[in-house]
Design a protein around this ligand. Sequence first.
Ligand code: FAD
Ligand code: NAP
Length: 349
Amino acid sequence: MLQHHVSLLPFTTFGVNTLAQDFFQTDSVQEMIDFLSAYSTPYVVLGGGSNILFTREKVSAVIRMDNKEIELMHQTPEQVLVRVGAGMVWDDFVNFSVKQGWYGVENLSAIPGTVGAAPVQNIGAYGVEVSDCIHSVQGLFRSNRERMELDAQACKFAYRDSIFKRELKDQTIITHVVFRLRKNGELQLNYGAVKEEYLRHRRLIPSAMGASSGDLAAIEDLSVLREVIIAIRNRKLPDPKVMGNVGSYFKNPVVSVKQAMALQKLFPELPVYPGKDDQSRKLSAAWLIEQVGMKGYKMARVGVHKLQPLVLVNYGMATAGEILALENLVALNVQSKFGISLEAEVNKY
Ligand code: FAD
Ligand code: NAP
């Protein structure tokens, strides 16, 4: 359906008011193709709006895939291949998978947004990245509206990154994601306090369901882990319904081993985490921001969250200009003290 002069406030989580002159959404891929074939205005593809900052008061056009189907394509005793519509709420898919006893996405519980956006930045949390269980990504090329299908390797997934943020940035409309999930998986508990909290909660659940059936035991294990992840997140991360935000505003910097060691000599407390390979290390952007004294910092209607400094928050009615000014100040302070350039994770239009 095509609408005009639509406020994007309810479609985005930062609480910044932007007006879309045209707004088209549909749950049909063919309808999207037909609409775009006769439409020449430049547009932004929107999912759940939880990783977007519109920097102007008006945007000419926004389109959204709203298809929410789940199709079981193939299964073996070990795994399933499941094709999911881009418009499905990400956490509804996680909940569905957990209830089936399928392993893979449980650590990604409660991440806002849609299935279609998950491959874009290769969403990740608590030691798991969505690329670990993506089989392929399907959609349309925006230039000619022809069908696209990329296997996981072609998506060039990396830390909070993929081909959809680089060579194919704003070139595609993702319509479906195909996931490969395991039936006999293992829980990923090696991140911070996850294991300890999981074991504590697991002991509280009577084993009435568990012991006899493998499937039921899996559902029980996955459900407990999901609840633990949700509880940890709720304790620390601001709810966008209460306080506008887009989660981590900045990416954690990935640097060379040499640079990490040099920095650690100067700042012995600097947390350094393994990178994806032997040559790289990941630094905590939250720690860097805290060290420049900006944890909880407030600047008019925006601020740095008091519990998680990677998150910039909108205390109400802030403009994109105020958010960008805060971004610049945080990045400048970190650059001056550590010589590290923080890169924004949020997508700006
Ligand atoms: P949008 O914000 O709508 O779009 C993001 C980008 O994807 C845009 O460039 C958009 O054009 C593009 N896009 C969206 N849909 C499509 C499509 N169908 N086809 C092509 N391009 C598309 N992220 C994490 O990785 N881990 C976390 O733990 C996490 N926690 C968060 C917690 C909070 C409180 C918030 C607010 C955000 C968090 N995020 C996290 C960030 C965000 O939830 C994810 O990046 C999410 O995948 C964004 O999905 P979305 O549907 O809202 O995308
Ligand atoms: P946290 O657990 O306090 O950790 C702080 C930072 O240290 C994280 O960014 C994390 O990197 C890194 N880290 C901690 N333990 C690690 C380990 N064992 N191995 C590797 N890296 C480790 O972070 P948090 O803010 O509460 O978030 C918890 C999880 O949710 C994190 O995975 C985070 O990425 C994710 N999250 C993401 C967003 C977003 O918008 N992108 C928003 C909220 C939460 P990683 O970020 O690489 O994990």
